[in-house]
Design a protein around this ligand. Structure first.
Ligand SMILES: [Zn+2]
Length: 183
């Protein structure tokens, strides 16, 4: 999860390998696994029959997020109505429960249908980014062939790469080859 923000990790489920666009979501299973990795589906179980709907809606939300975030980055006001439609369906209620150690914790329990409930927190993260995020800290990887996004939470705000281990080193090696003329 290089995005360091749920809304940007959402965009990063589409990436580029070489010149090829790669969609990490090829099935509802993939979306479900991604949500699980983000810690979002613990309380929502999605039936097999709903997985296709999950894939379609998750992709729709991702396209919307990309549009809105890119427009926002360019200082434009996007059309937020479709985002509000996602948010509108997402209802939850606060609930007090005991955790494993018997300590009381406040959680929110989703009240909508399962697909809407599963994607609700993602829609909320997009809304949070657009309203409270710091524009300058929302960046794309500096590698010209990489399309990944991240929220720069470093102290110096000088993060340039999705990952130093891959893009950072890849870029530096290419620059070095250029310099010594072995390219
Ligand atoms: Zn990168």
């Amino acid at each position: 999860m290089v995005g360091d923000h749920l809304a940007l990790d959402l965009l990063n489920t589409e990436m580029r390998v070489g010149n090829e666009a790669v969609d990490l979501w090829r099935s509802g299973e993939d979306v479900h696994a991604w949500l699980e990795r983000c810690g979002l589906v613990a309380s929502v179980s999605i039936a097999a029959a709903e997985k296709q709907t999950l894939l379609v809606q998750a992709r729709e939300l991702r396209t919307l997020a990309r549009q809105l975030i890119e427009q926002w980055k360019n200082g434009q006001m996007g059309d937020v109505r479709p985002l509000n439609k996602f948010l509108d369906g997402y209802t939850s209620a606060p609930q007090v429960t005991a955790d494993d150690t018997g300590k009381l914790v406040l959680t929110r329990v989703a009240k909508a249908d399962t697909v809407v409930s599963a994607l609700g927190p993602v829609a909320e993260a997009i809304a949070q980014l657009l309203t409270e995020g710091e524009l300058d800290l929302v960046k794309t990887c500096a590698h010209p062939e990489c399309i990944l996004w991240f929220y720069d939470r470093t102290k110096s705000h000088k993060r340039r790469w999705c990952s130093m281990a891959s893009c950072g080193n890849r870029y530096k090696a290419a620059q070095f080859r250029k310099k010594v003329g072995t390219n």
